[in-house]
Design a protein around this ligand. Structure first.
Ligand code: HEC
Ligand code: HEC
Ligand code: HEC
Ligand code: HEC
Length: 359
């Protein structure tokens, strides 16, 4: 932007990343404020953003960031397309934003999208398509390009996360995407020689990229909002249905001793060490937080994924309780935390590492 005033900064969508449905809006507020300061030109709508409904449009509108989205009814702050004149060149921005799978066959929606696309194509020298819906495929081109025309550049959705390089579909350059801001794509377009030249590069946003102090401060403020207050105490709490592992120990010493040797017993410590006892991390790293929305730290920092996490079905035991075996229920719990994102190497055989017995 500072280097070249003829820069457009565009994001196809999924600005909001988090757990909880809908996620807290202050996360989106922070992202929107960062985008405002960086001078974003436009954003699209991804699956995660769509959870916010009209609020997404409102928050972006308050920060002066247009949302490109073609639908039958677009909330205030949304535009079915945008045309930016950059140094005399008309650049059209249009979006096949995310839609609920229930609406895949919605004819009215499809019609709005193609109307917007055709209009922007007709009026612009260069068309950028935001494709969170992952609709732009070779099949799409075969079926539609002759009547609607082609985009020039496509900002793809999640389906293109693992592409290292842009891919051409017909004459359109489809850019790779990344999750959680890992990369920033840059496309330089040179119109000077009569024929336009397009060059792609991407920058890895790792710790070697110097931090902008203003933006870093915003991120810190956000993390502080997420951080939940911690009480120090050595006694176990029993509220919100939470039952401490300490209360199982007396009758199940062997299982307790084995559990203590597993990373689950220190899942909360992991967050304390990382200074991230925050609402976005705790639900998988602390049983107490899951149940009570609070955490208590003991001096040994023991706790996290606990007896009750895996054995919720059988505790507390009714009088005269007899062992009956509950393997399926235990197995079913694992993947609620060992998601593809957080635990890519997880496999069912890990079960043998937590069942308190050798083999
Ligand atoms: C007062 C003693 C006592 C306490 C405290 C206790 N249990 Fe048990 N637990 C038992 C008995 C008795 C059995 C049945 C053993 C049998 O039938 O062989 C049992 C069985 C179990 C089983 C096996 C269930 C099955 O169907 O396979 C699990 C799991 C279990 N307890 C977990 C816990 C957890 C978790 C806690 C703490 C929240 C806990 N227990 C607290 C006495 C206790
Ligand atoms: C409440 C969330 C949660 C549940 C449910 C859960 N885990 Fe975990 N698991 C974690 C977390 C968090 C860690 C990382 C702990 C740490 O080191 O801070 C972990 C770590 C592990 C590890 C150690 C991995 C390593 O790299 O050493 C194994 C093995 C494991 N889990 C197996 C299981 C199995 C099998 C189940 C189901 C029976 C299960 N987990 C259920 C959250 C969970
Ligand atoms: C969806 C559940 C989930 C959420 C949310 C989550 N984690 Fe985890 N985390 C896990 C699981 C499961 C593992 C174990 C991964 C494995 O070994 O495959 C893990 C492992 C870790 C580890 C590695 C532990 C070690 O030392 O080996 C760290 C560090 C960690 N998480 C930090 C975080 C932070 C920080 C956050 C919040 C930004 C977070 N986690 C949010 C489930 C989660
Ligand atoms: C990550 C999940 C997990 C956690 C955490 C966990 N367990 Fe288990 N537990 C299992 C599995 C798996 C089995 C074996 C079930 C089977 O295959 O029959 C088991 C079995 C048991 C049994 C029955 C023993 C037997 O002979 O089958 C008891 C009792 C028990 N656990 C107690 C505890 C206690 C007490 C804690 C906390 C200190 C605890 N568990 C924490 C997964 C877990």
């Amino acid at each position: 932007m500072k280097e070249n005033p003829n820069t457009l900064i565009i994001e196809s969508g999924n600005l909001a990343y988090g757990i909880g449905v809908p996620p807290a809006t202050y996360q989106l507020d922070t992202v929107a404020e960062v985008f405002r300061r960086l001078g974003y030109t436009a954003v699209g709508v991804g699956a995660l953003d769509s959870k916010f409904g009209d609020q997404y449009f409102r928050i972006m509108r308050e920060k002066g960031i247009p949302v490109v989205h073609a639908d039958a009814e677009v909330p205030e702050g949304g535009y079915s397309y945008l045309i930016k004149v950059v140094n005399g060149i008309k650049v059209g921005i249009v979006s096949f934003g995310y839609v609920d799978p229930m609406r895949r066959d919605d004819i009215a929606l499809e019609k709005r999208r193609y109307e917007a696309f055709v209009r922007v194509r007709r009026k612009s020298d260069l068309v950028i398509l935001l494709d969170q819906a992952n609709l732009f495929t070779p099949e799409w081109v075969k079926k539609n390009a002759y009547k609607y025309g082609m985009p020039d550049i496509v900002l793809a959705g999640g389906a293109r996360v693992s592409m290292p390089e842009p891919e051409y579909i017909g004459t359109a350059m489809v850019l790779p995407t990344s999750s959680q801001g890992t990369y920033v794509n840059r496309v330089d377009i040179d119109f000077s020689g009569g024929e336009r030249k397009i060059r792609f590069s991407r920058a890895l946003m790792d710790s070697t990229v110097p931090e902008d102090p203003e933006i870093a401060l915003l991120a810190k403020e956000y993390e502080e909002k997420l951080t939940i207050s911690v009480t120090n105490s050595s006694s176990s709490t029993n509220q919100g249905g939470y039952i401490s592992f300490q209360s199982c120990r007396g009758c199940h010493e062997a299982e307790y001793n084995q559990w203590k040797t597993t990373p689950h017993a220190f899942a909360l410590k992991t967050l304390v060490d990382k200074k991230r006892t925050t609402q976005d991390c705790l639900p998988c790293h602390s049983e107490m937080y899951r149940r009570t929305k609070q955490i208590t730290l003991t001096t040994d920092l023991l706790g996290g994924v606990e007896c009750q996490t895996c054995h919720a079905n059988v505790v507390p035991h009714p009088p005269g309780f007899k062992k009956k075996g509950d393997v399926a229920a235990i197995r079913a719990t694992c993947v609620s935390c060992h998601t593809k994102d957080r635990s890519p190497e997880f496999q069912p055989s890990w079960y043998n590492r937590v069942k308190h017995k050798k083999n």
